[in-house]
Design a binder for this molecule. Structure first.
Ligand SMILES: C[S+](C)CC[C@H](N)C(=O)O
Ligand SMILES: N[C@@H](CCS)C(=O)O
Ligand SMILES: [Zn+2]
Length: 330
């Protein structure tokens, strides 16, 4: 399948969803709601080792809530991360494969039931393999600063991402999801890897933002988009795990900077403290606010909308309800 045909898969889903598809919500957050303890350098990827059934259960909860796209549990699942826990390369690869398998199994199980009901309003969901930033692996909060220090070169970032990307692609997801990218250098590494590895499934690249205007590194999105806009391997660009009150303005700005589909899945507004490893209270959106703003973000130009950290299946249900009502579903 060529890349043009591959991106058609995402475009078809957006169209079937009425012009704006629903991405799932915080995976780690929902794992924690069910009692998982993830205060660990592997963060949510620890559940791939300790409780894969729970990961699948959370995927199913997001499908029931109306998610059109599931994001896998591989955000902080990395080969060096697993190796530093004493696992072998083969075991690390197998956990990455498992992250895709769990989401695919949940999707297939759910779809096999709902597709029989002619009155249901669900779409067959797509599975997006999460590729968290290098900063996520560092587990020091640097996915929100973009400050990787002077020794992190383009080649180092490509080396970091390459093997995981190959294993995830081979596991058969529908999409690749680069998440919380904080600087231009890492965006360039992701794009060059997609080209070098000749990846034939669509990708999205999402940045975090801490000021509502720029990438966390302080670089402008215009600058960061230079290399992304030149690649047909990237189907969508946007923002994840940034506060929801930044989103409307950011969509309007990004619309001027790229022809790619815009994707937004903000967090609740709480702020991650990378040192104490906890969420600090701040200006937040509750589910009603997400319900109110999802159509506003859609009308501003977003084609994919969901939630990130501290959002849950009830948030996704609220977003799904708002988008489907407005588009004539239900
Ligand atoms: C999206 S952040 C909350 C993920 C956790 C972070 N990379 C850490 O390990 O501290
Ligand atoms: N897909 C990840 C993103 C963390 S920023 C999660 O939802 O846990
Ligand atoms: Zn997040």
């Amino acid at each position: 399948m060529g890349i043009v045909k591959a991106s058609a898969l995402l475009n078809d889903l957006i169209e079937k969803a009425g012009g704006c598809a629903v991405v799932d919500g915080g995976l780690a957050t929902q794992l924690e709601k069910h009692g998982a303890s993830i205060n660990d350098p592997l963060w949510s990827a620890l559940c791939l080792i300790k409780d894969p059934d729970l990961v699948k259960r959370v995927h199913l909860e997001y499908l029931e809530a109306g998610a059109d796209i599931l994001v896998t549990s591989s955000y902080q699942a990395t080969i060096p991360g697993f190796l530093s826990r004493g696992l072998s390369i083969e075991e690390a690869e197998s956990l990455l494969e498992k992250s895709v398998k769990l989401a695919v199994e949940a999707r297939d199980k759910f779809w096999n039931v709902v597709k029989r009901n002619p009155r249901q309003s669900y779409n067959r969901a797509l599975v997006a393999a999460s590729i968290g930033s290098y900063g996520a692996y560092l587990a020091d909060g640097s996915e929100y600063s973009g400050d990787y220090g002077p020794h992190v070169s383009l080649d180092k970032l490509k080396d970091f991402h390459r093997h995981r990307l190959q294993v995830l692609v081979d596991a058969g997801p529908d999409i690749l999801a680069f998440e919380t990218i904080p600087n231009k250098l890492e965006a360039q590494a992701c794009v060059e890897l997609l080209e070098e590895e000749n990846v034939q499934i669509p990708s999205w690249i999402c940045f975090s933002s801490v000021d509502g205007k720029n990438a966390p590194s302080g670089e402008s999105f215009k600058d960061c988009l230079d290399v992304i806009n030149r690649s047909d391997k990237v189907s969508a660009f946007g923002i994840n795990c940034a506060p929801p009150h930044f989103i409307q303005t950011l969509i309007q700005e990004l619309k001027e900077l790229t022809a790619k589909a815009i994707i937004v899945y903000p967090n609740s507004g709480e702020i991650w403290d990378g040192i104490s490893k906890r969420w600090l209270p701040s200006k937040c959106f509750d589910d009603e606010k997400f319900e109110q703003f999802a159509p506003i973000w859609r009308d501003a130009g977003a084609k994919l909308i969901g939630g990130c950290c501290r959002t849950t299946p009830s948030t996704i249900q609220a977003i799904s309800k708002a988008l489907k009502e407005r588009s004539g579903f239900d």
